[in-house]
Design a protein around this ligand. Structure first.
Ligand code: PMP
Length: 443
């Protein structure tokens, strides 16, 4: 009776019921819509609690420091020594503009197509030649183009790590790597650094007790300490990897940025038994905006990494790979590198000079021979987080040391990045920072 009343069906005595035409139904619904609206009880809808739907891996993704460092770029009102980004005024924009005009032209649709996951062949060919000339025996089949080396770290994590696994890394270390390894649920075993790099004696003890999936290391101009692993340690590390049969992941974004003698050969160049997986990137030596890096690995492993990448983004941007290939093939990277090496050397010298001039007693720092970072030990075990607040009042920023530690540690250390500012701004920033430290001591 209700359906008849609502005009949804017609009832015929002795013949049952038939459904009305859509038009008739619509008409009767419109007619009765006022009554429906007046009578319908609103169903209370609770706001959705998204975290109840997350995977346990997703719940382990927590890296607030990395996010806030990335946000720093838009924070113009202070001198930030936090973000490890290149000097913008050195970006070769005129040359890139010319290249883009050639690539973005009618008919050149290929530069905008889907492409193979492993990456644009001419770019892999360029990189293979570049590494061959540095003593690394490789070929395009062993090179996967990634969307920055952060993606390389993520792919390695996807391929190798699951809850309950072990992974070894030096400490302090790159916070982006700590974040992604943690998210896998693997146990992170840490090895301390000294002035010669990763302590291989401690690593040996660890390897005799655990079987990690890989050893992650930054041998050259380490982030955050600026340390470079000595030649002897490099050989010891490889020997241990062979002895215990454990892969090494060598993360090497900074080795082209040397400010004196050329940097030491990579672990990969000494590797005769395919134990080293090498991560590289254009982000630090050129600029990060095109998001292009690479992973060099034995071809069998590279296939697996490609499968993982396929699931993430199919392939890195075709267009940016074309732009970068053209940039490199025109010899522009070779022209760019000496310019920025010279520039960053001046920045580093300016920061060291300012520290020498303004540092209160008890503040100590490293003197890197390349890369972007100076690592400072604060006086009197001062807490870096307390200093961060004080420094913010003086409009200067840095990254507190504990961000580079897996558990605790580094609480009275800070990382300063000198790459983004002019020498006069660096001087002013260090002056403000040292004032903040002194004020905190005297509080
Ligand atoms: N590894 C290290 C050691 C780094 O310092 C960085 C950037 N800070 C990365 C990887 C990620 O670089 P990208 O993804 O821009 O290539």
């Amino acid at each position: 009776h209700e359906l008849v009343a609502d005009g949804l069906i017609r009832s015929h005595v002795g013949k049952g019921s038939t459904v009305n035409s859509l038009q008739t139904i619509q008409h009767s619904l419109e007619g009765s819509s006022n009554t429906i609206r007046a009578e319908a009880q609103p169903v209370p809808v609770q706001p959705i609690s998204w975290q109840n739907f997350y995977t346990s891996q997703s719940k382990r993704m927590h890296n607030p420091v990395l996010a806030s460092i990335l946000d720093e770029i838009s924070n113009e009102d202070r001198i930030s020594f936090a973000l490890g980004s290149p000097a913008g005024e050195y970006y070769p924009l005129k040359e890139l503009n010319e290249i883009c005009q050639e690539i973005i032209r009618p008919g050149n649709w290929k530069a905008f197509e889907y492409a193979s996951t492993i990456g644009h062949y001419p770019l892999r060919q360029y990189l293979a030649n570049w590494f061959n000339s540095q003593g690394i025996d490789t070929n395009p089949q062993e090179i996967l183009i990634t969307s920055g080396s952060q993606q390389g770290l993520d792919l390695l994590t996807k391929v190798f790590l699951e809850p309950g696994d072990y992974v070894v890394m030096e400490e302090p270390s790159f916070l982006g790597a700590i974040g992604v390894f943690k998210s896998s649920g693997a146990h992170i075993l840490t090895v301390p650094l000294d002035e010669e790099g990763l302590r291989t004696d401690v690593l040996e003890q660890i390897l005799s007790r655990h079987r990690p999936k890989f050893i992650y290391t930054l041998p050259t101009f380490q982030n955050p300490t600026g340390t470079t692993m000595s030649l002897e340690r490099r050989h010891q590390l490889l020997k241990l990897a062979y002895q215990f049969h454990i892969p090494i992941v060598e993360d090497d974004p900074y080795s082209e940025l040397y400010y004196g003698e050329k940097s030491l050969p990579s672990l990969k160049s000494f590797d005769e038994h395919e134990h080293v997986i090498y991560l590289g990137t254009f982000s630090k030596m050129l600029f990060p905006g095109l998001r292009l890096g690479w992973c060099i690995a034995p071809s069998q492993l590279l296939e697996q990494l490609s499968l993982a990448k396929q699931h993430v983004d199919l392939h890195s941007s075709t267009t940016t790979q074309w732009i970068m290939t053209e940039f490199c093939n025109r010899g522009l990277l070779d022209i760019h590198l000496p310019l920025v090496r010279n520039h960053y050397k001046l920045q580093r010298d300016a920061m060291i000079a300012a520290l020498e001039e303004y540092a209160p007693e008890g503040l100590s720092w490293t003197i890197p021979t390349g890369g972007y970072y100076i690592w400072c030990q604060l006086p009197q075990e001062m807490k870096a987080t307390a200093l961060l607040t004080k420094a913010a009042e003086k409009k200067v920023a840095f990254v507190p040391g504990n961000a580079f530690y897996v558990n605790s540690g580094g609480r009275s250390c800070i990382r300063l990045c000198f790459s983004r500012h002019s020498t006069s701004t660096i001087r002013e920033g260090i002056f403000r920072l040292c004032r903040a430290i002194s004020e905190l001591i005297n509080q």
